[in-house]
Design a protein around this ligand. Structure first.
Ligand SMILES: *[C@@H]1O[C@H](CO)[C@@H](O)[C@H](O)[C@H]1NC(C)=O
Ligand SMILES: *[C@@H]1O[C@H](CO)[C@@H](O)[C@H](O)[C@H]1NC(C)=O
Length: 236
């Protein structure tokens, strides 16, 4: 019974070994039932090994790469960073490493593969009345937040600015501030009042004098005294 177990165990072991020997060791690749040494990163296979010779490896041609030991007869083409995908070159392709792409300015990455960005989109715009609470990074969008209280931002500020205090500058507020716009100031009220009132007083005076003169002219006309009328006009 024990002997049988041993035989089964050994059989399994041999079977297993046999299965394993179908595969090549880690540093070799299989080609036509034969194991050949792999080529180092940056190279590809020029000629497979034979019974007498080892693998012949050749460097990857320009704009191609292999980044792992391989039994490939051709290298992979280098990735091109596509501006239409919001990408720009971050690290150039070498024989042993693919291009690394990053997001364009004002873009952030939303898809990544093997440490290289494959798709980036533009930062969100904050609305007027909001400020950029947290500036976007290579992998995160802008974070917008509302202005509160007596402050404003047009959507591109990194903080809400306080409204201009017209009164404190001795000016009149001609337009109150909103969360998206500053208050607008005009001439101080006193100066406006002085100019307005003096204009009004002058106009009033001219009107009153004119009315008086015409009244006088009429009365004089009625009494048929034209000579005195002229003298009155000269006096005025
Ligand atoms: C920001 O303001 C908008 C409109 O003024 C409002 O709809 C929204 O709920 C506010 N957001 C927050 C987080 O308070
Ligand atoms: C907001 O104001 C800044 C500076 O005043 C200006 O450069 C920018 O173009 C404005 N942005 C918008 C969206 O109006």
């Amino acid at each position: 019974m024990f002997a049988l177990r041993i035989i089964i165990f050994i059989t399994l072991l041999l079977l297993n070994y046999d299965l394993c020997s179908c595969q090549c060791p880690h540093a070799e690749y299989k080609i036509e039932k034969q194991c050949c040494p792999k080529c180092a990163p940056g190279n590809h296979v020029g000629w497979h090994c034979t019974d007498d010779t080892s693998t012949t490896c050749v460097p990857c041609p320009p704009l191609t790469f292999t980044d792992e030991p391989n039994g490939l007869v051709e290298c992979f083409p280098c990735t091109v960073c596509d501006a239409n995908q919001g990408l720009r070159l971050s690290e150039v392709c070498t024989r042993s490493s693919d291009t690394v792409c990053g997001p364009l300015e004002r873009f952030y990455c939303i898809k990544e593969e093997k440490g290289s960005c494959t798709l980036a989109v533009q930062y969100s715009e904050c609305n007027p009345g909001q400020y950029i609470k947290q500036a976007g990074t290579g992998s995160t969008d802008h974070v917008c937040a509302n202005c509160t209280g007596d402050t404003y931002s047009n959507g591109s500020f990194s903080s809400c600015l306080p409204h201009t205090k017209c009164e404190a500058m001795g000016l009149a507020e001609t337009n109150p501030g909103t969360h998206s716009s500053d208050s607008e100031c005009g001439d101080p009220p006193t100066a406006v009042a002085i100019i307005a009132s003096s204009v009004i007083v002058t106009l009033l005076l001219i009107t009153v004098i004119s009315v008086l003169i015409f009244k006088h002219i009429r009365e004089k006309k009625l009494s048929n005294s034209s000579g005195k009328l002229y003298s009155l006009i000269f006096v005025v």
